[in-house]
Design a binder for this molecule. Sequence first.
Ligand SMILES: [Zn+2]
Length: 313
Amino acid sequence: MPRVWILLAAYLLASTFAAAQDQDFSKVQMKVSKVAGNVYMLEGAGGNIGASVGDDGIVIVDDQYAPLADKIAAALKNIGVTDKPVRFVINTHYHGDHTGGNMPFATKGATVIAQDNVRKRLEAGGKAGNGGSITMDVKPAAKGALPIITFDHDVTVHLNGEDIRALHFPAGHTDGDAIIFFPKANVVHMGDDYVRYGFPFIDVTAGGSVQGMIAACDKVTTLLPPDVKVIPGHGEISNLDEVREYIAMLEGTTAAVEAALKKGSTLEQMKKDKILAAWDKKYASKFVTQDVFIETLYNSLTNQKNAAFVQHN
Ligand SMILES: [Zn+2]
């Protein structure tokens, strides 16, 4: 595995699941990239932020970690388009590396919007994990960090001449994923249904499944214009060809586990047989190893409850 992946994976593991107060954010710098039109992407620590920046103010998709809120606000101001504040935050899902900034942005007057299940999971806390060797405790969020507006199927924010639409894709990375469309700028933010660090982490414990992740990615690639710019949950700005390559990996690995299930292999046998060896070199990381991804797929495919909820939109 290339060294850069090992570092990235270790970093991701830490940034995704360690409590924010255990991390040193003082050295994190915000990198701002123009994606298209008035949509920008901010990279710091945690998930990518998408931002619509215009005369009406600012709408951000995800907000990384609380200690980074001032840096995020400064970077948005530095773009030089508007001095107006962040008016809305849309969360793509409940994980702390995407929602950690909810409280500071809400305190400064922003309204946080998310799918119903995001609020429920933030409020209740609980467990996150792949149903196997990855398992983490999630502390309940403070009241001030909870989304104020929630939606079941979809919601649209009409600002900056854009119809920013958040659409729920059930049972993908989690059970509360929203993919966010900026049709005028021709940009989509896919949250962690599409990531670029290798085999994806799927929060099976929180209702995620590989089938739902494939369904979400399929819908994006079939419905959106071919030249749409794609903001992944983690990693560089992308495009539909790369999303298709990712789908092919998800489908190929899923088929390998399905075939092994059909043969009557146990989970342990699948790991021993290294049934995902063909993808290992390109996609395995220290965070989601081949064994971890076999567990993820096995648990997705044998959990009928998740599979039943995939076709919601
Ligand atoms: Zn996530």
